[in-house]
Every structure is written in structure tokens, then in C-alpha cells.
Design a protein around this ligand. Structure first.
Ligand SMILES: [Zn+2]
Length: 384
């Protein structure tokens, strides 16, 4: 029976994984359903584009740049090269509890998302009540994936809308993503920020539009001896089918995990914004379709016309969202000069370059933070 149950679980997961993976895919080789290492490959190409000391301006990817390199495994996340570091890091928002590192497969991760999150989302509106994994994929923290739960903060709209955003909502979602990039950057580069109590750190006016979404429930450890720090937010590792997590900050004098988590959160946000089922990138005059349609897997250099709410997609046919998370072609709009937005590889490379600058002795961290956010505002999350 055990074998039969496992087979059935695998079959269910294989069917449902596509619909619950709210992101460009992260890779695994799995007998039931292998997934493409899309984020890992983009990060690898981005790291390779940097020719120190110049900041990349255009990595000039060819249409098949990503398609020809992706694999159905997770090999790109291993190894000790700089490029491998960014490959592994860019998985973080899809796997914020590091379940893959604790031995779970992407199949198990998908099954957990499918199986647990429906229930977890009834546990309360706050992210800590739902768990970071479920809250980021379906809940108040969807902006980690360049999607949004519209329209207020914290979101109160219980009926997900499949309609494209109006200009005000689009602008607010974009602002929330920029504030998240700022939060993640500080976590990645600033030890004094990492050490702050989490509940204090989110009160900075720089995070005013995401503060509500980041605010935990009353039972959260905001004060006292066990106060949750910013570093702790990025430093969990959980075993499969369980929200029982190891606190990785306990043995992490080099702040490895928070640096990796913050770095990955920035890359993941940028990269997910090039999935057409997350953010419709369209030329002027072309109207975005509703959220429950099928999207092409095409990484375009067009402005964002709308961000979508994953909750309006997950009830539709399973490939509605997932098709756009498959390995993308680079759109011809990226070959134009000038272009409306950077391509996904250049956008990632420029973020990595700023993060690397921040590691240099005497770096002006606040100046680099503004540089990163201005890059994302002006060259990545361009709106029309
Ligand atoms: Zn994602």
C-alpha cells in the first residue's frame, strides 16, 4: 500500500505541480516530473556577462540563449564558482524554506504547495500564519514573484480578479516590488540591517507599501529574547511536509544564508517579471489578456502592462500559468535598439554587478541601494 500511495501521490503531484509552481521553473531531475532550471540558467548567463569592472549594459542574448542551455536537473546550483552561487541563490523565492536543500525534490515541494497551501491559507491572513512558502506563492507576499494580490496592503480582496490592472493598481504593485528589492538588498549587504528585529525593520518608511503585507500575526516573536531578526527571515531550512524549520542563523557567522537569500530574492523578482503569466510585457497599444488565459513562454523587452494575481490563475486549467514558466525564447523586441526594457539576462547581470560592488571595502551601500532600485524602476519594471 505504501508503494501504491507513493505512486498515487507522485501522479497527483505530476498533474498539479505545473499549476502550483507560481514562477519560472527551478530545476530538478525527477522520475515523475522533471522541471527546467530556468532561473538557474538565467543567473548563470548573467554572471558570465559581467566583465569586471564595467557594468553590463547589454548582454546581447540571442533568441535561443536560454532555451539551448536549460536542463531538467539541478546541477547548475552545485559547485563553488561565482556563477553557481547566483544560480542557487535565485531559487530562494520559490523555495524560501530551503526544502530542496533538506532533501526534498521539486516534486515534494510542488505537492506541499498543492496539499498544504490551500489549508494554510485558511489559517489566517498573515504570512507567518500561512508559512513563508504558501504566503509568497498565494498570499500577501506574491510580490516576491512579480505578481500581486491587489489592491490594498495588507490585501483584503478575497475574490481574485482575472482582469488586467488599472494604472493606479499597476503603479502600486510596481512600487511594492521596488520596496521589496530594497528590503532584500539591505538584507544581502548590510550586517546592521540583518541584526535588526524584523518587526522594527519593516517599519522603515522605505517599505511603507509592503509593511502591511510583511507584518506578522500577534503571536510572532517581535520582542524579547527570541525576537526574530531580518537574518532569521531569510535563514530557514525545513524538512519535507513540515513547517518545522532549522534556524540557520545559529551557526552562520559569515551571514551566508541571509546574503544568499537577499541576493536570490532580487534576482528572482527580476526574472519572474519576464514570465508573461506574471507580468504582461507588451508594446504600446496592445491590451493584456485576462489572467486565466494561456501565455506564451516568451521573454520580451517591452514595458509591463499589468501584473497578474496568481490566485486568479490557479483555479484555471493547469497549464494556464505554467506554460509561460517553461524555458523562454528571447523576444525580438530585445534585439531592437533602443529597447523599452532590458532583457532578463542583462537585468540580472546589472543587479549582480551592484551586489558585487556592495561587497567592496568602503562601499557606499545606500548609494548602491538607490542605484539598484533605479535600475529596476527605469530598465526592468518599466510601465507604460
Ligand atoms: Zn517565482
Amino acid at each position: 500500500m505504501r508503494v501504491l500511495r507513493d505512486v498515487l501521490c507522485a501522479a497527483f503531484a505530476a498533474v498539479f505541480f505545473a499549476s502550483v509552481a507560481s514562477a519560472s521553473e527551478i530545476g530538478s531531475r525527477n522520475a515523475a516530473r522533471s522541471t527546467w532550471d530556468v532561473h538557474e540558467t538565467i543567473s548563470l548567463l548573467a554572471a558570465a556577462c559581467i566583465k569586471w569592472p564595467a557594468k553590463p549594459d547589454n548582454c546581447q542574448p540571442q533568441p535561443r540563449s536560454i532555451l539551448d542551455l536549460v536542463a531538467q536537473d539541478n546541477e547548475k546550483s552545485f559547485g563553488t564558482t561565482t556563477a553557481n552561487y547566483y544560480s542557487l541563490a535565485s531559487r530562494w523565492s520559490d523555495d524560501p524554506l530551503r526544502m530542496l536543500e533538506s532533501g526534498s525534490s521539486t516534486l515534494m515541494l510542488g505537492l506541499t504547495l498543492w496539499n498544504k497551501c490551500d489549508r494554510a491559507n485558511k489559517d489566517g491572513p498573515k504570512w507567518d500564519q500561512r508559512g513563508l512558502l504558501c504566503a509568497s506563492h498565494f498570499g500577501p507576499l506574491e510580490f516576491l514573484h512579480a505578481q500581486d494580490t491587489l489592491f490594498s496592503d495588507p490585501p483584503t480582496n478575497e475574490v481574485p480578479s482575472a482582469k488586467p490592472q488599472d494604472p493606479a493598481s499597476l503603479g502600486l504593485s510596481r512600487e511594492r516590488m521596488l520596496q521589496w528589492a530594497r528590503f532584500a538588498f539591505r538584507a544581502a549587504v548590510d550586517p546592521s540591517f540583518d541584526a535588526m528585529p524584523y518587526c522594527d525593520a519593516i517599519k522603515d518608511p522605505a517599505f511603507k507599501d509592503i509593511e502591511g503585507s510583511l507584518t506578522p500575526s500577534d503571536s510572532f516573536h517581535c520582542t524579547g529574547k527570541h525576537a526574530f531578526t531580518v537574518a532569521r527571515f531569510f535563514s530557514s531550512r525545513c524538512r519535507r511536509f513540515s513547517f518545522h524549520c532549522d534556524d540557520l542563523t545559529k551557526h552562520d557567522p559569515g551571514r551566508y544564508y541571509v546574503r544568499q537569500g537577499g541576493t536570490g530574492a532580487i534576482l528572482h523578482l527580476i526574472q519572474d517579471s519576464y514570465s508573461q503569466s506574471h507580468a504582461a510585457r507588451l508594446p504600446a497599444g496592445m491590451a493584456p489578456v485576462d489572467a486565466d488565459k494561456v501565455f506564451p513562454s516568451l521573454s520580451a523587452c517591452q514595458p509591463v502592462a499589468t501584473f497578474y494575481d496568481y490566485n486568479a490563475q490557479k483555479t484555471a486549467e493547469s497549464e494556464t500559468h505554467g506554460n509561460a514558466d517553461k524555458p523562454p525564447l528571447i523576444d525580438v523586441s530585445c534585439l531592437q535598439v533602443p529597447r523599452a526594457a532590458d532583457d532578463v539576462i542583462t537585468a540580472s547581470a546589472r543587479a549582480i554587478w551592484v551586489l558585487q560592488q556592495a561587497q567592496l571595502p568602503g562601499a557606499n551601500l545606500r548609494g548602491l541601494e538607490d542605484e539598484l532600485v533605479n535600475d529596476i524602476r527605469g530598465r526592468v519594471l518599466v510601465t507604460r
